[in-house]
Ligand binder design. Structure first.
Ligand code: MG
Length: 452
C-alpha cells in the first residue's frame, strides 16, 4: 500500500502528541536542514499549544545538520515569510496548523524567497525523512541560535510602505480586530493604529486553547465580532485565522463579506492600474472574479487549488495579484504569499481613498450564487471515475487543470476529487439560487452517470 503523504495542501499537520510528535518535528528539522542547508534558517510559531515544544525540536534538528537558526518566536506566517529573504536566510520554518481546530499543530517550510517550498522540494524532504539519510554536522561545525525581535516591526513597516497612509488618517476609521487569540494580534492592531485608525482588539491575548473562538474565521465563528462591530458603531471588523495569512471582513452593519467579495474589491482596483494585468487564482474561484477582472481590462491565470501553487505561479509569471475564494490575497509588490494584515491594509485604504463604507463596496459588485456539495465515492472507483468524467464531457467547453470545470451559458460547474478523502466536490455558480441549484444537479447527475 502507498504510504500516506506527509505534506498536505499546506504543510505537515497532525494532532498534538499523537500524529504530530516532537520526534517527527525533530526529523523534519533534520530533513529540511539536509535538503535546503547549510545556512541560516529563521524559525517562528503561532500561539498554538506545543508551539515552543515543536519549534525547539525543529531548531535542534536544523542545528544537527550544521544550519544556524534565527528564532523570531511567536509571529504570523506572513511575518516569517517577509523576513526570510531580508535576514538572508536560506529557509524558514513556522510551527502552525493555520485554521485547524485547537488540538492540531503543524509545520510549514519556506525557501530562501520566503515562499512555501515547491511540491518537488516537499517530496525531497519527505524522502530524506523516510530514508533517514540526514546530513550530520561535524562537532566543530555546530552553529548557534540567535533571537530577532524586529521581525514584526519590519513586517508592519513593509506593509505601510505600499499604503497611502494620509487618506486613511483623514478618514478616521474605527476598526475591530479579532485575532482568535493568536499571532495576528501581534501585527494587525499595531498596523491599523499606525495607519491612523482607532482600534479595538478582540481575542488578542495569545492562548493556544483558543478561548475566544475557533481559529477558522468562518461566518459562524465570528459572531462576537459581528456584534462588537455593531455595538461599538465601528466601520469594519477584521478576523484572522490562527496564523493570520487570511482575513475575513465584516461590514459596518455586522455582515460578513465573503472571501470572493473582498478579493473582488481589491482585484478591481489593483488590476485596473495597468492594461493587461494578471490575476492568479485557483479553478474554484467564480464568475464574480472573472467579471471584475474582465472589467478591469485584466486576465486570469488559473491554477490548481492550493495557496502554495498560487504563490509559485504568481512569482513565475510576475503576476499583479493572486487570490483565493477563502479570503487569501497575494499582493506581489509586498510579497507573493497570502498575508492577512496586508489584505486588511488594502481594504482600509480603498475605503479611505474612495470615502466609501465597506457595505457600499460590496453592493457595487455583481451578484452570484454558489452551491457546494460533496458526493462520497467508493475509493476503488476514484480513478476510473475521473477518466469517465473526462470522456463524458469531452465535447463541452471545459477547463481540466484540477478536476473538470464546465463552462455553461448560465454559469459553471466544477467537479473535483478531494485530495484527502474518497469524495467528489461539486461547486456550481449562477446568477440566481435556482440556476446554481440547477447546475449543481447537472454536476451530480454527471457523476452518477459516470459511476454506472
Ligand atoms: Mg492560515
Amino acid at each position: 500500500m502507498k504510504e500516506k503523504k506527509l505534506f498536505g495542501t499546506n504543510g505537515v499537520r497532525g494532532l498534538i502528541n499523537d500524529t504530530m510528535t516532537v520526534d517527527l518535528v525533530l526529523n523534519l528539522g533534520k530533513a529540511i536542514g539536509t535538503v535546503l542547508g547549510p545556512g541560516k534558517v529563521v524559525v517562528g510559531r503561532d500561539a498554538r499549544k506545543g508551539g515552543e515544544m515543536f519549534s525547539r525540536a525543529a531548531i535542534s534538528g536544523l542545528l544537527s545538520t550544521g544550519c544556524s537558526v534565527i528564532d523570531i518566536g511567536p509571529a504570523p506566517t506572513p511575518t516569517l515569510q517577509f523576513v526570510v529573504p531580508r535576514l538572508d536566510c536560506i529557509a524558514g520554518i513556522i510551527v502552525t496548523a493555520s485554521h485547524n481546530p485547537a488540538e492540531f499543530n503543524g509545520i510549514k517550510a519556506m525557501g530562501a524567497n520566503g515562499i512555501e517550498v515547491s511540491r518537488e522540494t516537499e517530496r525531497e524532504i519527505e524522502s530524506v525523512l523516510r530514508s533517514g539519510s540526514y546530513t550530520i554536522a561535524d562537532w566543530q561545525n555546530i552553529k548557534s541560535v540567535t533571537s530577532e525581535k524586529t521581525a514584526i516591526r519590519q513586517h508592519i513597516d513593509g506593509i505601510m510602505s505600499h499604503i497611502d497612509t494620509e487618506s486613511i488618517k483623514k478618514r478616521n476609521l474605527t476598526v475591530i480586530v479579532d485575532s482568535a487569540n493568536s499571532v495576528g494580534a501581534l501585527v494587525t492592531p499595531t498596523l491599523m493604529r499606525d495607519l491612523g485608525c482607532k482600534v479595538v482588539s478582540l481575542n488578542s491575548q495569545l492562548d493556544g486553547s483558543f478561548p475566544g473562538r475557533p481559529p477558522e474565521p468562518s461566518p459562524e465563528n465570528v459572531v462576537e465580532l459581528l456584534r462588537t462591530v455593531k455595538s461599538v458603531g465601528a466601520d469594519i471588523g477584521i478576523a484572522h485565522d490562527g496564523d493570520a495569512d487570511r482575513a475575513t471582513f465584516v461590514d459596518e452593519n455586522g455582515r460578513v463579506v465573503s472571501g470572493d467579495q473582498s478579493l473582488a474589491i481589491i482585484a478591481a482596483r489593483i488590476l485596473s492600474r495597468k492594461q493587461g494585468s494578471i490575476l492568479v487564482t485557483p479553478i474554484s474561484s467564480g464568475k464574480l472574479i472573472e467579471d471584475i477582472v474582465e472589467k478591469a481590462g485584466g486576465k486570469i491565470d488559473w491554477t490548481v487549488v492550493g495557496s502554495v501553487d498560487v504563490s509559485h505561479r504568481v512569482g513565475e509569471i510576475d503576476a499583479d495579484l493572486g487570490g483565493e475564494e477563502n479570503g487569501g490575497v497575494f499582493y506581489p509588490p509586498h510579497q507573493s504569499v497570502r498575508d492577512g494584515s496586508m489584505t486588511s491594509a488594502l481594504i482600509v485604504e480603498i475605503m479611505s481613498s474612495e470615502n466609501k463604507m465597506l457595505s457600499e463596496l460590496v453592493r457595487e459588485l455583481p451578484v452570484y450564487h454558489t452551491e457546494k456539495q460533496k458526493l462520497k465515492i467508493p475509493i476503488e472507483k476514484m480513478n476510473s471515475l475521473a477518466e469517465k468524467l473526462l470522456t463524458l464531457t469531452k465535447d463541452q467547453e471545459r477547463i481540466t487543470i484540477d478536476g473538470i470545470k464546465l463552462i455553461q451559458d448560465e454559469g459553471w460547474i466544477l467537479l473535483r476529487p478531494s485530495g484527502t478523502e474518497p469524495l467528489y466536490r461539486i461547486f456550481a455558480e449562477g446568477k440566481t439560487v435556482e440556476i446554481a441549484k440547477k447546475l449543481s444537479k447537472i454536476g451530480t447527475d454527471l457523476i452518477e452517470r459516470a459511476m454506472k
